[in-house]
Design a protein around this ligand. Structure first.
Ligand SMILES: Nc1ncnc2c1ncn2[C@@H]1O[C@H](COP(=O)(O)OP(=O)(O)OP(=O)(O)O)[C@@H](O)[C@H]1O
Ligand SMILES: [Mg+2]
Length: 228
């Protein structure tokens, strides 16, 4: 099996002593190329903590994480930043677009920072915006777009470097139901068209319904793992 993400017996505790919180307590999971995985569970059960660990934004106290063939614990900070820029796409609840940049510039920026020539980065951005149905919005700044449009720009930006996996924390958490549907169908088609895997933390039952697989979290552990 061609796994793009693997975690083995990962633990993460915040704080020390009496106030320590065991947020993730021995999680092992593998995600295949092109798989769409929904992570569900009660508030505080450790979902976002796991996502941050997989995103290399945080380090586990113990256990191992691989992104593609790369063992994350063997990388220094520069290596992790490089891995995040090239192999991992991140999508958040509140979009995190740069307000002074147009949709095209928001999508092109990470490519430009990675050394792609501006004209090429903008051409790729236009291609990505067209693929998320926003060709007509390329010149718009975030405050001139709807929430659903901003999130589709954020997905286009996350896909720009052709990552192995897109990690999303509550990608529909701030959207109305029509916009949620369009973002979910975009994530679904992304896995089918590009082979990029998607791992999304969600409270949205529609998100769980489109997923190939639902991971249930409880008290820092996976309490259920079912194919949909
Ligand atoms: N930076 C932090 N410092 C200390 N404790 C934290 C920190 N971040 C999270 N926690 C604690 O770790 C546990 C897991 O938090 P996490 O954010 O992973 O939960 P979650 O499943 O994403 O919840 P939600 O559905 O509300 O977003 C919680 O008890 C939380 O209070
Ligand atoms: Mg969370």
């Amino acid at each position: 099996m061609n796994f793009v993400v693997r975690a083995r017996d990962v633990h993460r505790t915040y704080g020390h002593g009496a106030t320590a919180v065991n947020a993730v307590r021995g999680v092992s999971v593998s995600v295949a190329r092109g798989e769409l995985v929904a992570v569900v569970g009660p508030s505080g059960s450790g979902k976002s903590t796991l996502l941050h660990l997989l995103a290399t934004l945080d380090r586990p106290d113990s256990g191992e994480i691989w992104i593609g063939d790369t063992k994350v614990s063997e990388l220094d900070d520069t290596g992790r930043t490089q891995l995040r820029r090239t192999k991992i796409g991140l999508v958040f609840q509140f979009f995190n677009l740069l307000p002074l940049l147009s949709a095209r510039e928001n999508v092109a920026l990470p490519l430009f920072l990675a050394g792609v020539r501006l004209a090429d980065a903008e051409a790729r951005a236009d291609e990505l915006l067209a693929s998320v149905g926003l060709a007509a919005r390329a010149e718009h700044k975030p405050d001139a777009m709807s929430g659903g449009e901003m999130q589709r720009v954020a997905v286009a930006r996350a896909l720009a470097p052709r990552p192995l996996v897109l990690l999303a924390d509550e990608p529909t958490g701030n959207l109305d139901s029509a916009s949620s549907e369009s973002v979910l169908s975009l994530l679904r088609s992304t896995t089918q068209d590009s082979g990029c895997a998607v791992v999304m933390v969600t409270h949205d039952p529609r998100a769980a319904a489109v997923a190939d697989r639902v991971l249930e979290f409880k008290d820092g552990k996976i309490s259920g793992d079912c194919a949909d």
